[in-house]
Structures are given as structure tokens and as C-alpha cells.
Design a protein around this ligand. Structure first.
Ligand SMILES: [Zn+2]
Length: 315
């Protein structure tokens, strides 16, 4: 490995050590979500620790993170970020953070990946989706020709930054969808019943509306919504959705509960979920629950995703 590549890997590792903190310190500056979360910590560290050497380390790390995540070159090395086709804010959170969606690959069948719908407590899903984005940036040839990826690492940036599951309003991001089962009150994914969890009406929240409208406009062939930490997955049981879910299940090894007639798979009733709405729209959806709240489980999810992309490419 050359020196430039080693340095690249070192800074990549260092960036990976940083954790998400307070969202508001960077105001309304337009910064991709991945960079924003890292800079926030650096700003905080710099403020708390005014020792010169430490400050220099912090500034160097900030520069390296920027180089890695925004496509500037570091030590003459072209950044893999060049392989992103588009990076756009498809909407804004209630506190004004952009919902950044990155597109890679040029095929007509779009696969949408979502991280951190349940914010901070499920931040490992943000790290997973961010890692998948970086993987395909550096290995774009692994995206089949008929497929393109649409990647939204932080579906609930307010919750991610504040360390909460919900939107700023208190509504649950996965109970607000206007599918067949929406209700204003509901059970959260810890099985706790709460009034107002679904919002005053379906799609009452601006994040839900932004995402739904992107989905209606782009008609993805598959949506994968990452959560933690149930250690199981849900996917279609018929048609092409079942084939995709089978492929993901076998390659990733996640437990996929079989529905038994008259029995619920979960101990509580799920209302207003994104998957319910996707089913109604005829769009294949999967929900993957990582096994723990800390590990991104990158390897097995990359394997699952590759298997599903191969199925789509053959379709
Ligand atoms: Zn969740």
C-alpha cells in the first residue's frame, strides 16, 4: 500500500471514530450530512481543548474528513466521491437540516437505502448506510448496469443529532405513513403505546412528505429501511418482492420470521409504517433490524444487498 493510500486509510479510520453530537452548532451552512456530523464534534473538541498540538490535530482531521466526504483530493489522490451522480436535499427536517440523498450508478431500476429513521438510538444504521455509500463510491463497478442506488444515510437527522427516536414534533417516523393501518396513536418499536405517535394525520410530518413524494416521483424497484436492534428482517412474501427478500435473507443470514395465520410476528400492532404504505403502492420494501444498537454489521448487509441487486439485474 502506498503512502498516500495509507494516509487516506488512517484519516478514514479517524473520521470513523467520531460520533454524532449536537446538530445546531453549524447553523444552516450547506454541508452533506456525513461531513456535518463529523465537523460538529471537531468544532466542539476544538472549543473545549485549546491546547495547540491538539488543535492542530483537530484541524488536520477536519481537513481530511472534508477531503474524504466532499470530493476534494487529498495528497493528489482523486476522491471516490466523484462517483456520486447527484447529491441533493430532497427536503428538510423540522429543525432545518437537509435530507441528503446521494445517487450512484446509471441503471433504470432504483434501490433506495434509508438509515437512521429512528435517529440516535439506532445510529448504527446511519453508520451502516454511510459505509455502504462509501463502499459503492470506491467500487462503482459493483453496481449492476441495470441498477442505480439512491442513498439517504440520515432519514431523521433531527433525531440522529438529538439522540432521540422521534421527529422534533414527537411523532414516530415509522408510524406517520398513510397506508392501510395508520392511526393517530400507536405502539412504538419497543412495544410502548403512546398517544399522538402517528401524528395528527397521515403524512403530517414534513420529513415523511418529502420522502413519500420522492418515492412517488422515482418509483424505486426496492426500498430497504434499516433499523436496530431487533436482529430480524421483514420483506415481501409474494412476487418479485419475495425473491429480493429471499436473496437478502440467505446472503445476510438475518432471521426472517414466518407469518403464522392468526398470530402477529411482533408482540404489538404496527400502525402507519413505511412498509405498509410501500406495499399499498406496489413497491417492494424490506425492513432490516440490525442485531445490536452499536455494530453496523457492514459485511453481512453488503452481502445481502449485493444478492438483492443481482436478482434485480436478472429481472
Ligand atoms: Zn427503528
Amino acid at each position: 500500500m502506498g503512502n498516500a493510500a495509507k494516509r487516506h486509510d488512517y484519516f478514514r479510520w479517524q473520521c470513523g471514530q467520531l460520533r454524532d453530537v449536537d446538530p445546531n452548532e453549524l447553523g444552516d451552512l450547506y454541508i452533506p450530512a456525513g461531513v456535518r456530523s463529523k465537523l460538529r464534534l471537531l468544532v466542539k473538541t476544538a472549543a473545549a481543548d485549546r491546547i495547540g498540538g491538539e488543535m492542530i490535530r483537530v484541524i488536520l482531521t477536519a481537513a481530511a474528513c472534508l477531503a474524504l466526504f466532499t470530493g476534494m483530493s487529498w495528497a493528489g489522490r482523486a476522491s471516490a466521491a466523484d462517483n456520486i451522480t447527484t447529491a441533493e436535499a430532497i427536503g428538510f427536517s423540522q429543525s432545518g437540516l437537509p435530507l441528503m440523498l446521494y445517487r450512484l450508478g446509471g441503471g433504470p431500476r432504483t434501490v433506495l437505502l434509508l438509515g437512521a429513521q429512528h435517529g440516535g438510538p439506532e445510529a448504527n444504521t446511519y453508520r451502516l448506510v454511510q459505509a455502504l455509500l462509501e463502499h459503492y463510491q470506491s467500487s462503482p463497478a459493483e453496481i449492476p448496469a441495470s441498477v442505480s442506488l439512491a442513498i439517504l444515510p440520515a432519514a431523521n437527522p433531527d433525531g440522529l443529532a438529538a439522540g432521540t427516536r422521534r421527529f422534533l414534533s414527537g411523532v414516530d417516523p415509522n408510524r406517520n405513513w398513510g397506508g392501510p393501518g395508520w392511526e393517530p396513536d400507536g405502539w412504538d418499536s419497543n412495544g410502548r403505546f403512546e398517544a399522538g405517535l402517528g401524528g395528527p394525520e397521515p403524512f403530517s410530518e414534513q420529513e415523511t412528505r418529502a420522502l413519500a413524494s420522492w418515492i412517488m416521483g422515482n418509483r424505486p424497484a426496492l426500498v430497504i429501511n434499516y433499523h436496530s436492534a431487533g436482529g430480524f428482517m421483514f420483506g415481501g412474501r409474494a412476487g418479485s418482492g419475495a425473491e429480493l427478500a429471499d436473496a437478502y435473507e440467505y446472503a445476510s443470514g438475518y432471521y426472517r420470521p414466518q407469518p403464522v395465520s392468526g398470530q402477529r410476528v411482533l408482540s404489538y400492532r404496527v400502525t402507519g409504517s413505511m412498509n405498509g404504505w410501500l406495499g399499498e403502492q406496489g413497491i417492494a420494501g424490506m425492513l432490516i433490524e440490525l442485531t445490536t444498537p452499536w455494530d453496523s454489521e457492514f459485511g453481512r448487509n453488503l452481502a445481502g444487498l449485493q444478492a438483492a441487486l443481482a436478482v434485480l439485474d436478472r429481472a
